[in-house]
Ligand binder design. Structure first.
Ligand code: GLC
Length: 425
């Protein structure tokens, strides 16, 4: 996204989205569709507020999320700050017994890296230091819990529900989900398909299985120390692992400047990174999830492996991954497809089964820039800009660039703001 005549207008439209989605101290991902605070969304959203110069809102977003952290250190994937019957499954289905009501799962620790970036970027150094230092214990506790409670057989992070990946219906989860019993006795009151075409959302059967896992974990009383044993779904996830590695490294890199000890986050980062590397599939040339129940690597090439680029990948692996993305780009002009277009599971409009997502593009572009591939990073930014110029959608058809899913989507707007601000002359 190089400097461009429409920058101010785009910035204004992006900020409008965030302002509209802002509540008392937190920001919902999209009006109607997602009416609460979502864990990993809070990271990019905080970066968006910071890019708009609204630092108090940026720090506030993270502080609000961490105020709902569980004692074990887990940060829940949704915080139900207000009652809203526009979303299913709501607090009564989860029944975690927490105040505020939350789900009993987590999501990738992007908010940790966001906190480190806010610390570095905030021009008010006193505020930066105070806000970051007050978040620090919670940030480290979350990463420590991830290592303690979610370490898989390869040292990568185990997710116990596809929702924890943030890439809900990715074809990566098809195999491990297959044996999961579907809930059949309950009425599934899906609200997402009221506003977005069912063709663009997970299937009804998948939804029943998602709730089947919720039932199992609720029956096991949301014991966050033993969920991989309690859940019928337990899979080492490359993207979650990569984001954890990056989170630890980001904390370690700013610890000194904040007068804090970065040794533990650095150790956690190295351990997660080793776990990620163990998920590399040499034959495929990609990072793949590992199903701890079936004891095998699973799924086609998808975005969960792609996000490894954010944590840093050695040159040989990097070039194999990029070669593949280049092949995809020949048939799909609006990158990045989130799943292999050559695989039968590919679906260009169904959520995480093919559409391009701004967050994935941002993670990959940021990783490429960090690897010294500035040209590639800016090509991807420019392609992303072409998508968001039509509107801040939840995801985009990689064939046409058409915006689909929810509209007025917070992280699409927030990351646009972040990019525009980085590139300001
Ligand atoms: C969907 C996405 C997930 C996101 C949430 C709120 O569930 O798959 O990644 O956090 O919506 O935006």
């Amino acid at each position: 996204m190089g400097p461009h005549p429409g920058d101010d207008e785009l910035r204004r439209r992006a900020l409008d989205v965030l302002v509209r989605n802002h509540r008392d101290g937190y920001t919902v991902p999209a009006l109607g569709l997602y009416p609460y605070q979502w864990c990993w969304d809070s990271g990019p959203i905080a970066l968006g507020w910071a890019a708009a110069g609204r630092w108090d809102d940026a720090w506030g977003e993270l502080a609000r999320l961490f105020s709902a952290q569980w004692e074990s250190g887990m940060v829940p994937h949704i915080v139900f700050w207000h009652e809203d019957d526009g979303y299913f499954p709501g607090p009564d289905v989860w029944a975690t017994g927490h105040t505020p009501p939350t789900t009993g799962l987590t999501q990738p620790p992007l908010p940790v890296s966001a906190a480190a970036r806010l610390f570095t970027g905030d021009p008010d150094r006193a505020r930066a230091s105070a806000a970051f230092r007050s978040l620090w214990p919670g940030l480290v506790a979350w990463l420590s819990w991830i290592e303690r409670a979610r370490r898989g057989p390869h040292g990568a992070v185990v997710i116990v529900h596809p929702w924890e990946s943030g890439m809900d219906n990715s074809p990566s989860w098809d195999e491990p989900l297959a044996p999961v019993p579907a809930v059949t006795h309950k009425r599934i009151e899906r609200r997402d398909v009221a506003t977005v075409s069912a063709r663009q959302r997970p299937s009804q059967h998948e939804y029943r299985q998602y709730l089947g896992i919720v039932d199992a974990l609720r029956a096991a009383r949301w014991d966050t120390e033993r969920q991989p044993a309690d859940s019928p779904f337990a899979v080492e996830d490359p993207a979650f692992t990569a984001i954890t590695a990056r989170a630890g490294a980001d904390l370690a890199s700013v610890a000194d400047a904040a007068g804090l000890d970065g040794q533990e986050p650095a150790r956690l980062a190295a351990a997660a990174h080793a776990g990620l590397e163990a998920l590399w599939d040499e034959e495929l040339g990609w990072y793949r999830p590992y199903d701890t129940r079936a004891r095998r690597p699973v799924g086609p090439v998808t975005s969960t492996g792609m996000v490894a680029l954010w944590a840093g990948v050695g040159p040989a692996r990097l070039s194999r991954m990029l070669a593949r993305l280049d092949v995809w780009a020949e048939s799909l002009p609006c990158p990045l497809a989130t799943s292999d277009p050559g695989d039968p599971s590919f679906d260009p409009i169904r959520y995480w089964r093919g559409p391009a997502w701004v967050l994935v593009n941002w993670l990959v572009a940021d990783g490429l820039a960090g690897a010294g591939l500035a040209d590639r990073a800016s090509t991807l930014r420019a392609a992303t800009r072409a998508l968001v110029e039509q509107g801040f959608s939840e995801y985009y058809d990689p064939r046409s660039g058409a915006g689909i899913g929810g509209q007025g989507f917070s992280w699409s707007a927030a990351l646009t703001l972040a990019w525009l601000t980085e590139e300001r002359p």
